[in-house]
Design a protein around this ligand. Structure first.
Ligand SMILES: Cc1ncc(COP(=O)(O)O)c(C=O)c1O
Length: 352
């Protein structure tokens, strides 16, 4: 099926991606939770369309240019949340343009961001939905207390050109109890000021099937779940059979009985370890470890005879699917009744 494809190449099994999408959507529906998948995993309008067709209320993007590429790629994308502090005139101009095309929301965790958004949207006579990002233990962005969330919410609600739209968090693995506690308290404080909190949005694939443990959340944003990867298999969230994205590589050298070299290195598999040992899982060969990468070479080792020959092709489940997506101009989409077809990845490299 993949004989004609030059390697290294990224393959996406669309049937499996659909199954992953539908499985989470059924779970979300059964818990009255809105699904707003994060598209950084696939960066493909066509896969966003599958997520929306399954029942997602909209998409999540991380960056303005990424959102613009997604919106340009599908007229079915009409509702976008950007989960990032947007700073600077050029980026806010991009937001303004987007806000004329789709229902748009962004997040903020500080007054500088809020004031910058407000100045530009008020001057343009436009309105932007803004959610307060809360830190529930991941210690990345986010206000650190319910009181700080309430204070920032009030600032947004009072800011010309802005509309307070709710609370957002990206919790650490196992963070549901903290999400429930902090968001419930923040919501009550904000409502006590007479400000409505229509949305409380949380996310993350490692915990996607226990999102209901934080019932304060109205919405969930899983990203990696659409493809799955070695990190999620290692966490017991899925199996190898659920991994829709694989890297097709060719053995280019077998320099020693226990060692082989493939044509996929850090420029395809990326160096992202996500806490794991090794750089990917060779399908059908659990004995092999990918123990070293240079840019275009991957080194495979096993304890005994590696039993591979030059020219042989392998499929690898990467540690982290989302970063692999960003490395290639196109992925080969295939399925049971679908011959591999190169799908350009329009939002690849869109990091501003
Ligand atoms: C803000 C935000 N929401 C949702 C996600 C999706 O997380 P995951 O890929 O674990 O599903 C991410 C991932 O980076 C994120 O940064």
């Amino acid at each position: 099926m993949f004989d004609k494809i030059q390697t290294p190449a990224v393959l996406v099994d669309i049937d499996l991606a659909k199954r992953n999408i539908e499985r989470f959507q059924a779970y979300a529906d059964s818990h009255d939770l809105k699904a707003r998948p994060h598209i950084k995993t696939h960066k493909l309008p066509r896969i966003a369309e599958l997520q929306l067709a399954a029942g997602a209320v909209g998409i999540t993007c991380q960056k303005v240019s990424e959102a613009a590429a997604m919106v340009a790629g599908s007229d079915r994308i009409t509702d976008v949340l950007i989960t990032f502090n947007i700073i600077g005139d050029a980026k806010i101009a991009g937001l303004l343009e987007l806000s004329r095309k789709v229902r748009l929301a962004v997040v903020a965790d500080n007054a500088t961001v809020v004031d910058g958004l407000s100045a530009s949207f008020a001057a343009a006579g436009a309105s932007l939905d803004v959610l307060v990002e809360c830190n529930t233990g991941a210690d990345r962005c986010g206000v650190g207390s319910p009181e700080a969330a309430a204070e920032l919410a009030a600032r947004i609600a009072a800011a010309p050109g802005l509309h307070f739209a709710g609370l957002m968090t990206y919790p650490p693995v196992g963070g549901a109890p903290r999400v429930q506690a902090l968001m419930t308290e923040a919501k009550a404080l904000i409502e006590a000021k007479g400000i409505a909190v229509p949305t409380v949005t949380s996310g993350g694939s490692p915990d996607l099937m226990s999102a209901h443990l934080a019932p304060v959340a109205t919405e969930y944003r899983p990203g990696t779940y659409v493809y799955n990867d070695r990190s999620l298999v290692a966490r017991g969230v899925c199996d190898w059979d659920d991994c829709a994205l694989t890297v097709l590589a060719t053995v280019v050298s077998v320099p020693a009985p226990d060692r082989a070299i493939i044509d996929a290195g850090s420029k395809t598999l990326t160096s992202d370890l996500l806490g794991l040992k090794g750089h990917g899982h060779v399908l059908g060969r659990p004995d092999i470890s990918i123990d070293q990468l240079s840019e275009e070479h991957g080194r495979l080792r096993t304890d005994g005879d590696i039993n591979l020959s030059v020219g042989q092709r392998l499929r690898i489940v990467p540690n982290h699917a989302c970063v692999v997506t960003n490395m290639v101009d196109g992925v080969y989409a295939y399925g049971k009744d679908r011959a591999p077809e190169l799908w350009p990845v329009p939002a690849r490299g869109k990091i501003v």
